[in-house]
Design a protein around this ligand. Sequence first.
Ligand code: GLN
Length: 301
Amino acid sequence: MNVMQPSGLPVVSTMDSNISEAQVMQTVAQAAAWAQTLGLPRLDAQVLLLHALGRAPHDRAWLLAHGDDPISAAVHATFVSYAQRRLNTEPVAYITGQKEFFGLTLLVDHRVLDPRADTETLVEWVLSCLADTPNPNVVDLGTGSGAIALALKHTRPDAQVCAVDASADALAVASANAERLALNVDFHCGSWLASLNGITFDAIVSNPPYVANDDGHLTVLKHEPLSALVSGTDGLNDIRVIVHEATQHLKLNGWLLLEHGYDQAHAVQTLLGNQGFVNVQSRPDLAGILRCTGGQWPTVK
Ligand code: GLN
C-alpha cells in the first residue's frame, strides 16, 4: 500500500518496507503524522507514540510542545511495532497495558476484556440505584479487569463489593488492580451466582458476554478473550442464566442491571419481565444506543 505523507513524501506501509519510515519519521510530529497516514485514529497514534517515548498516555500536550524533537532509532522501532499491532486490531489498552475507567487507572492485558467507556454508564446507573442505601451490598458478575467492582468501591467506600469471574486469569488481573488501588473487594471464582449460595444483594450488576457466536464483529475483537464476548447463537445464553439466578440473590426491591448488545434491549426487557422483575427499563450508552437494561426484584426471598 502506497500513501502520501503530508509532507508530500511517498510512504510505503510498514508491511512493505521500513526504509521509507526512517526517512519520514525523524521527529515526534512526523511520527504521529506517519501513523495517521496508515489509518490510525489521531488519538491512538498519540497514545501509542507517548507509550513508545515512555511517557504517560494523557501527556498529549507534551507531543504538541515537542513536535520538532528528534526520535531515537529505538523509539522509532518500538512505535512502528505498536502501530502494526494496532492496525491488526489489538486494543490500545493491551499495547500500553493500561486503561482509564471511571477515573481509575486499571492494568489490563489479553486475559481480560478491554474495559469500554460505555460501561461507565452502567456504573453510573448502579450508583444512582444505590444512592439512598447506606452500606449497600453489591456484586459485579464477570468482573474481568475488575472495572465495575473497583469503580463502585472507589465511589462508594461504604459499600460491600463482591466480584465474581469464572476465569482465574481474569481474577488475577482484577485482584492485582484492587491491591494496587487499595480497594477492598471480595473476589470469588465461579459461574455467575453459583459460588454465592445464600447471599443476597441490594444490586447485582454485570457486563456479561453477549455477542452471538457467529457475529461478524468478532474478527475485530480477536485479541480479547472469547469467553468474555460470546454467549450462544443469540448472544443471550449468559444473560438468561443471570436473570434466572438473580431471583435467589436479591433483597426486596434489589436491582439487577445488565449491559447487553446494541439490539438486545427489547429481548432483555422481556426476559426480566417474564421472570417477574418490575420497573424494567433500559439506559443508553455514549452513542445513544440502549445498552443496559435492568429491573427490581419485588419479593422477599
Ligand atoms: N462491548 C463489547 C463489544 O461489543 C462486548 C462486550 C461483551 O460482550 N460484554 O465490542
